[in-house]
Design a protein. Sequence first.
Length: 117
Amino acid sequence: VQLQASGGGLVQAGGSLRLSCVASARTISNYYMKWFRQAPGKEREFVARVDWSGSTTSYADSVKGRFTISRDNAKNTVYLQMNSLNVEDTAVYYCAIGSRLSQVDYWGQGTQVTVSS
């Protein structure tokens, strides 16, 4: 399975970005889809997760109320809508796919998000 993330870029604080991640798999409908991020000098951290149906989501406390994860199984795509961005959100964002709740089976290549003050 290959995951291709896109949508990153440079945005001012308070702005929005929408990340997309397309999976090359025949179907992703049986998998959890997830987003992680890694800021310079820091470990990779969990951002958001959505179950196979799209009805159950989970978020890191730092992004709750600002980020929304969603998926379109027909397009093999997961999205991350990021609103009210702040400089602390600057990181490389990675999409991931897992067959279990806390498992990552495949990683995407990452997309850079930079938030300027």
